[in-house]
Design a binder for this molecule. Sequence first.
Ligand code: M6R
Length: 364
Amino acid sequence: EKGGYEHFMLKEINEQPTAVKTTITPRITDSMPDFSAEGFDAAKLSSYNKIYIVACGTAMHAGMVGKYVIEKLARIPVIVDIASEFRYRDPLIDKEDLVILISQSGETADTKAALELAKLNGADTLAIVNVKGSSIARAADMVVYTHAGPEISVASTKAYMVQISVMYLLAFELAYGTGRISKEQCEKYTKELQNIPSVIKEAIGLEKDCQFIASKLLNADSLLYIGRGLDYASSMEGSLKLKEISYIHSESYAAGELKHGTISLITENMPVIAVVTQKDLEEKTISNIKEVKARGAMVILVCGEDVVVEDKVADYIIRLPKAEQMLMPMVAAVPLQLIAYYTAVLKGNDVDKPRNLAKSVTVE
Ligand code: M6R
């Protein structure tokens, strides 16, 4: 059942190119996003005043990517919230708003409660769910099913990847609907997204490098992940994946926030994994990397293929295959998953069933 792989997690990482293809293909017509089968279109989507994206854990990180791209392309305000916070915060939602819920299982208690609250306040709800007929899918006004297939490993990998792919398609559709991007631009982005499965495949080819990096992390007490913008979202997800299955403490920080407190944690040889894929932020993050390096950190740089890295800035570099910059979270996710995976394997942990965790959190 593991298809020759040692763990479901590794199998599921390898299924990502297909999962993305299967998820996006039915929502693309003539190189344009097309959600007509789901019962909505660009005009409807772009009619909302603001959008909330509410989810837990990894699904929330997919929402962070969604916020960046929707705001950047469509210029509609997006608030990302953790479901357990949203539901008790008396959020400012009304019937002019769209609330997007993201959930692999469709059964997460807090996300379900957030959905009910949104409905109670008259907002339209859109669920992005992997499990057919699940509670969240049934309760939402609109549903976009991701087609990742069953995800068995507790640590989410392919479900995250397909959630992001839907976020991109929604962002393109929204941006086109608001007139912020032209049809040509929308087609161009959509085609770039269609090309991503092959780039993910290439990124999976970095497996051996990731295994090597994992061997350097084994004895660490604590790690930092840093990035800016979309790379911050990626680093959040990378950090969660690592702590979830390797049991090594790690934190993700927006790189520019380090000097407001966290940089005091850096000691000799503390691993810092930096994600750098966004051209406009490259220089800024590299300068943060130099700051941690100067304090003794062991820097692992996960970066775009053309990032210029001076000598002695990083101890180890993972160069990602090339893709449209905005889509790089889908590429960066792969080595971060593989680093977490191999660290857990090398530690002899129960990779697919990490301690204290359940695949689906149906109680709050
Ligand atoms: O089924 P859901 O997507 O609603 O689950 C949300 C989280 O519990 C889940 O993503 C969790 O964070 C993963 N185990 C992380 O790998």
